[in-house]
Design a protein around this ligand. Structure first.
Ligand SMILES: [Zn+2]
Ligand SMILES: [Zn+2]
Length: 240
C-alpha cells in the first residue's frame, strides 16, 4: 500500500460521511484537480521536465478552461508556444509513409487523434486516483476503522463504484471480496432506491393534480443528485 495516499484517502472517506456527503473519490478528483491546476500555473509551469510532458500531451477541453481561469496569460502562452511547435512537428508525416499521400494521411489521422485525446492533467490525476482507489481497497482489507468509514459513506458514484470493485477484486482474497461486495452493493442499492423515489417526487411536483406537497431539499436537488450518482460529480472550476 502506498503510505503517501493513506492520509488523503482517510480524510476523503471521513468527510464523505453523512447526508451532506457524497462519493469520496469524486472529492479526491476535485482535490487532485485543484492541486494539479495550482501546480501547473505555479511552480511547475517553467520546469523543463514538465514542459517536455505538456509539449507532448497538451490539455483537454475540460482542463484548458481551468488554466485560462488562472489569469496567467504570458506563462500559459509560453507553454502553448512550445506545445504548438511540438504538435506541428508530430503532425508532419515521417519515414516511408511520407512518400505515399494515402499512407501519410492514415498515419496522420492516428497521430492527430492521439494528440487530440491526450491531456497532461488528465494523466496526472488518473495516475494518482488509480493509486488512491487501490489504497482504499487495501485499507478496507487491513483496517476495521476504515471499514466503518466506508460504511458511513452515503454512496459511491457509479464510475468510481465500478473502479473500487475492480481494485478490490484484484487485491482481496475471494472471501474478503465477497464481504466487500456484500457491504457495498447493499449501500449502493439503498441509495439508488431512495434516489429513484426522490427523482419521482421531483417529477410529480410538476403535476398540478398532485400539487401541494412541498419538496424536501434532497428532492429539490434530485436531478443533480442523479447526475452526480450516475456520472460522478463534475469538477467545474479550479478554486482559484
Ligand atoms: Zn465518484
Ligand atoms: Zn484533461
Amino acid at each position: 500500500m502506498e503510505r503517501l495516499f493513506t492520509i488523503p484517502v482517510n480524510e476523503a472517506f471521513e468527510n464523505a460521511a453523512g447526508d451532506a456527503g457524497g462519493c469520496p473519490f469524486c472529492a479526491l478528483v476535485e482535490k487532485l484537480t485543484n492541486d494539479e491546476v495550482d501546480l501547473i500555473l505555479g511552480a511547475s509551469m517553467m520546469e523543463p521536465d514538465v514542459r517536455i510532458k505538456t509539449n507532448e500531451a497538451g490539455f483537454c477541453d475540460r482542463h484548458f478552461p481551468m488554466l485560462f481561469e488562472g489569469g496567467k496569460r504570458l506563462p500559459l502562452a509560453l507553454m502553448l508556444e512550445s506545445h504548438v511547435a511540438r504538435v506541428r512537428e508530430r503532425m508532419k508525416p515521417s519515414g516511408l509513409a511520407s512518400l505515399v499521400p494515402s499512407k501519410a494521411g492514415a498515419a496522420s489521422a492516428k497521430t492527430v487523434s492521439e494528440i487530440a485525446k491526450s491531456c497532461y492533467l488528465c494523466d496526472r490525476i488518473e495516475y494518482n486516483l488509480s493509486r488512491m482507489i487501490e489504497t482504499a481497497a487495501l485499507l478496507w482489507e487491513s483496517e476495521s476503522a476504515f471499514r466503518e468509514k466506508t460504511e458511513a459513506v452515503p454512496f459511491f458514484c457509479l464510475p468510481h463504484y465500478a473502479r473500487f470493485l475492480d481494485a478490490a477484486k484484484e487485491r482481496l482474497s475471494g472471501r474478503e471480496f465477497g464481504e466487500f461486495f456484500s457491504a457495498l452493493s447493499k449501500k449502493e442499492d439503498g441509495y439508488i432506491a431512495s434516489l429513484g423515489d426522490d427523482v419521482s417526487a421531483f417529477c410529480r411536483s410538476f403535476d398540478y393534480r398532485q400539487g401541494g406537497e412541498p419538496l424536501t431539499d434532497a428532492e429539490k436537488r434530485a436531478p443533480e443528485r442523479a447526475r452526480d450518482f450516475l456520472a460522478g460529480k463534475p469538477v467545474e472550476q479550479a478554486k482559484k
